[in-house]
Design a protein around this ligand. Sequence first.
Ligand code: AQP
Length: 324
Amino acid sequence: MKTMFSGMQPTGAPHVGNWLGALKNWVGLAKDYDSIFCIVDLHAMTVEYEPALLRERIRNLAAVFLASGLPAPEHCPLFVQSHVQEHTQLAWIFNTVTPMGELGRMTQFKDKAAQHAKNINTGLFTYPLLQAADILLYKGEVVPVGEDQVQHIELARIVARKFNNRFGEFFAEPKEIVTKGSRILGLDGKAKMSKSLGNHIEITEDPDSIRTKLKGAVTDPKRMRRSDPGDPSVCNMFTLHKHFSTPEQQEWAASGCRAAGIGCFDCKKVLADNMIEQLAPIREKALDWIARPKDLDDVLDQGAKACRARAQKTMDGVRALTGL
Ligand code: AQP
């Protein structure tokens, strides 16, 4: 079986974009691969954060992972990146084989540097090398990601190649799997839905809050009045309908919008009902895990133990090749 590595940052509460673009697909793919799931806390340190909140965010993210239907953690380890020290060791070695120019062209760096102009730290710049280490430490061959991460996986291939050319054939080049839902926009209808932009609906959001957030969400900007016909192809609510509603409901929303037969309020109500219904089982299970922090920590410890053994084996090979 090929190894699949998947990671998510504990930068805030995971949201509907993370679910549709990542978690939901991971659940579908996990059984076909030797799957490893990681909470990448070291990556989360590259932007401003509150240390007192980080552990809670890590546990909450672990709870959502476990509630989303991933295979049992005995089969597919779930762990915290900083609990396996080899990630940073390998990242350092990758620093020494990667030209700065490769990192300078990363669009995520440019976006994040603009977003965090007061904190453009070196970690933000070398982030993709730590990500390459996350994957290659486990000889990961497959990485399911949203569209925004494709360039980083391409860089991981370059890093593997550079290492192999310099020290001898060792790492396989990983490939991304980009699936449906790979770029969900936020409630502002402009930027991608993000934990840090405040334009998101949390996977564990309570139903009333989902309704309130959707009520305020941006739709087709040209549809000012209910009597104006709208264009579903430019409306983020319609994109969400495609993920949460039946084909009949999608047709009802699209044709009703085009003919001004329904208002945005009607369209959002159906969407809210479906979203609440589909997120409810995950929410319920996640809240149950969150109420048992000791059990969550046990799962994460067990995951780190399994991954540490694999990571050490890779690092033994890297040390032998690099002369360390
Ligand atoms: N809006 C999105 N639509 C589809 N997929 C998304 N992903 C994130 N946002 C969307 C996918 O979720 C996985 C984990 O993402 P991450 O937490 O590692 O980092 P991110 O992409 O930076 O996510 P956020 O929510 O935007 O976090 P912040 O606000 O901290 O930057 C990835 O596979 C990603 O593609």
